[in-house]
Design a binder for this molecule. Structure first.
Ligand code: HEM
Length: 497
């Protein structure tokens, strides 16, 4: 019986498959964005998108225009490219688009309950306001020497750098560690930094594995790594809870770091943040800043190493502004007088924004302006500001590392309309092709911290070393959640006299 049914089942599957393919070729519904042709149902375009999203977008744009839908692991993703697409997603209405529904399954097990995408949007906006109040110039001023001390301790003892006069360093190995030491010492406080010398790094790694792309698609799989993620979350949460308790019971004011800021923040209704909310926000900040900043440092150092003449220009700039020899002093208040260094960071983020795809779940049918197309509720909308930022339509020699270009360019984002979603004025980014920190209600609030952090790190490198990139500038590895340089990522350094 089973044998005689088999041909029938197989021919049924074949007929369905032929129908699936023919449907893609013949059934073009003008009210829907065109579907990117794919041979394998469910997987759809996952492989070309996963290997190189920008190349995939480029190819699709040539065929279908700025708006198209592709299937990716069972989801329908509608990409809207270009500045109009950026604006459409970043400034969409809350009733139309939800970041919470796009990301929560991935982020909540890592950050914890009642924070970030596990709360209604207005609560996230209040949390962002609290965080922003802990990220001001007075804090940044105090963070700069802490970062420099951490860097000295790290670089002088690292086998890749060490006290020698020259060597070859693997940035993929060293920069994530240096970033976590410097970011945790500043944003998270001394106790958390000490934790990284005592086993936190493994916990951090386990927690971080929660962000594997597979969890984006199958968050419920009972994988061992998800069990390790949950265990790491519980231990880290407990660590923060202990720090909070300790701080509450100690008469000593530990200064104005983020934990302290959150402990003293109040919701609009007068309520204090609960302790597990503070712990969740701290874990979220640790993760939000780590990969983005580590990736940017690696890219900046390799790009600079491919143009050593820019390193020398930076050295001259810092000698002029920060002094030389005995008089060299890294001073946060002078960072605004280091334009070339600022352009280097901007240009690095233009070529390599850590986040290549920004997503939202579509909550109700969404007409695409100036077209007949409607993006259906239940699908996902995707914008890729990194695509416009590296396109010749907006930047000449768009693929080249040219920090000087920013000296001649008006700041589109600064000139754009601003709006307050409850955590201070933010740019709508309307017509800017360059939005590495996003725009609108979900815009990054870590930008100024990231600039302070990156400026301090690059300043110190330029002061202490000259370097060249070993081999060519690496290709991009899109296999993790942020766009990292593909191994090997090495620089040959020499200590300056
Ligand atoms: C949001 C990029 C560093 C905290 C975002 C978004 C982008 C971004 C593109 C918007 C995401 C979306 O619209 O879906 C970056 C880059 C960084 C960086 C390129 C460094 C080079 C940081 C740091 C922190 C941070 C250091 C923490 C101190 C946040 C937070 C949000 C955010 C809290 C808001 C999430 C939301 O409202 O949905 N970031 N980020 N980021 N980032 Fe950053």
């Amino acid at each position: 019986m089973a044998i005689s049914l088999l041909p029938l089942v197989l021919s049924g599957i074949l007929a369905w498959y032929v129908g699936y393919i023919l449907n893609q070729i013949t059934n073009r519904n003008p009210k829907r964005p065109p579907i990117v042709f794919h041979w394998v149902p469910f997987f759809g375009s996952a492989i070309p998108y996963g290997i190189d999203p920008y190349a995939f977008f480029h190819e699709c744009r040539e065929k279908y225009g700025d708006v198209f839908t592709f299937v990716c692991m069972g989801r329908k993703m509608t990409a809207y490219l270009g500045v109009k697409g950026n604006d459409f997603l970043f400034n969409g209405k809350l009733a139309d688009l939800s970041a919470e529904e796009a990301y929560s399954h991935l982020t909540t097990p890592v950050f914890g309950k009642d924070v970030v995408y596990d709360v209604p949007n207005h609560v996230l906006m209040e949390h962002k306001k609290f965080i922003k109040s802990g990220l001001g110039f007075p804090q940044f001023r105090s963070y700069v020497p802490l970062i420099l001390n951490e860097m000295d301790a790290f670089l002088n003892t690292s086998p890749e750098f060490g006290p020698g006069k020259e060597g070859i360093a693997d940035l993929l190995k060293t920069m994530p560690v240096m970033t976590i030491f410097t970011a945790s010492r500043t944003l998270q406080g001394a106790e958390v930094r000490e934790g990284f010398d005592a086993g936190f790094a493994d916990l951090y790694h386990d927690l971080d594995q929660g962000f594997s792309p597979i969890n984006f698609v199958f968050p419920w799989l009972p994988l061992p790594r998800n069990r390790r993620r949950d265990r790491a979350h519980n231990i880290m949460q407990q660590t923060y809870l202990n720090i909070i308790k300790q701080r509450r019971s100690s008469p000593e004011n530990p200064g104005s770091d983020m934990i302290w800021t959150l402990m003293n923040s109040k919701y609009r209704d007068g309520r204090n943040l609960k302790e597990h909310e503070i712990a969740g926000i701290m874990i979220a900040l640790l993760m939000a800043g780590q990969h983005t900043s580590a990736a940017t440092i690696m890219w900046a150092l390799t790009l600079l190493g491919s143009k050593p003449e820019v390193i020398e220009m930076l050295y001259e700039e810092q000698k002029r502004v920060l002094g030389e020899g005995e008089n060299f002093h890294v001073d946060f208040d002078k960072y605004k007088d280091l334009p070339l260094l600022n352009y280097v960071i901007r240009e690095t983020l233009r070529l390599h924004p850590p986040i290549h795809s920004i997503m939202r779940k579509v909550k109700r049918d969404l007409p695409v302006p100036d077209s007949k197309m409607v993006i259906p509720a239940g699908s996902h909308l995707l914008a890729a500001p990194g695509y416009s930022a590296t396109h010749e339509d907006f930047f000449t020699h768009a693929k080249e590392f040219c920090p000087e270009r920013w000296g001649e360019r008006p700041d589109d984002e600064e000139n754009a309309e601003q709006i307050d979603y409850g955590y201070g004025l933010v740019s709508k980014g309307g017509s800017s092709p360059y939005l590495p920190f996003g725009a609108g209600r979900h815009r990054c609030i870590g930008e100024q911290f990231a600039y302070m952090h990156l400026t301090t790190i690059i300043c110190k490198f330029v002061h202490d070393y000259t370097w060249t990139t070993v081999g060519k500038v690496p290709d991009v590895d899109y296999s993790s959640m942020v766009a990292l340089p593909l191994a090997p990522v090495k620089i040959a350094w020499k200590r300056r006299d």
